[in-house]
Design a protein around this ligand. Structure first.
Ligand code: FES
Length: 117
């Protein structure tokens, strides 16, 4: 595992990924809620560029008529078939879907953002 410099702090606007190339892998760097995420830009379903998808909260259903949008657990929604994956773990929101995103470790040092690949 090697730490790779991928961005400067403050360079990435919330809601948009910065796409970087590391070791022939295209990785989307996100900054959401004061936290960085690094996600391989391949949806495990049919290989869409998932980092071009939408970042959103998690919709919790309390009852038939009562829903709550929570933003403490962010998900990335694929632009093709709208499968959603947790940005922290890469797990699909729907438990029956076993495919998951490839997530990379991120660290920030001296204003620089690094990804472990
Ligand atoms: S390619 Fe991503 S949900 Fe189908």
């Amino acid at each position: 595992m090697v730490w790779n410099l991928v961005a400067r702090e403050g360079e990435i606007a919330p809601g948009k990924a910065k796409l970087v190339q590391v070791d022939n892998k295209q990785i989307g760097i996100f900054y959401e809620g004061n936290k960085y995420y690094a996600i391989l830009n391949i949806c495990p379903h049919f290989h869409a560029e998932i980092c071009k998808g939408h970042v959103t909260g998690t919709l919790i259903c309390h009852s038939f008529e009562e829903y709550e949008m929570r933003h403490d657990e962010l998900v990335l929604r694929c632009p093709w078939h709208h499968w959603e994956f947790a940005m922290d773990s890469g797990k699909a929101v729907i438990p029956s879907i076993k495919q998951r995103l490839k997530i990379y470790e991120v660290k920030v040092e001296d204003g620089n953002v690094f990804v472990a690949v």
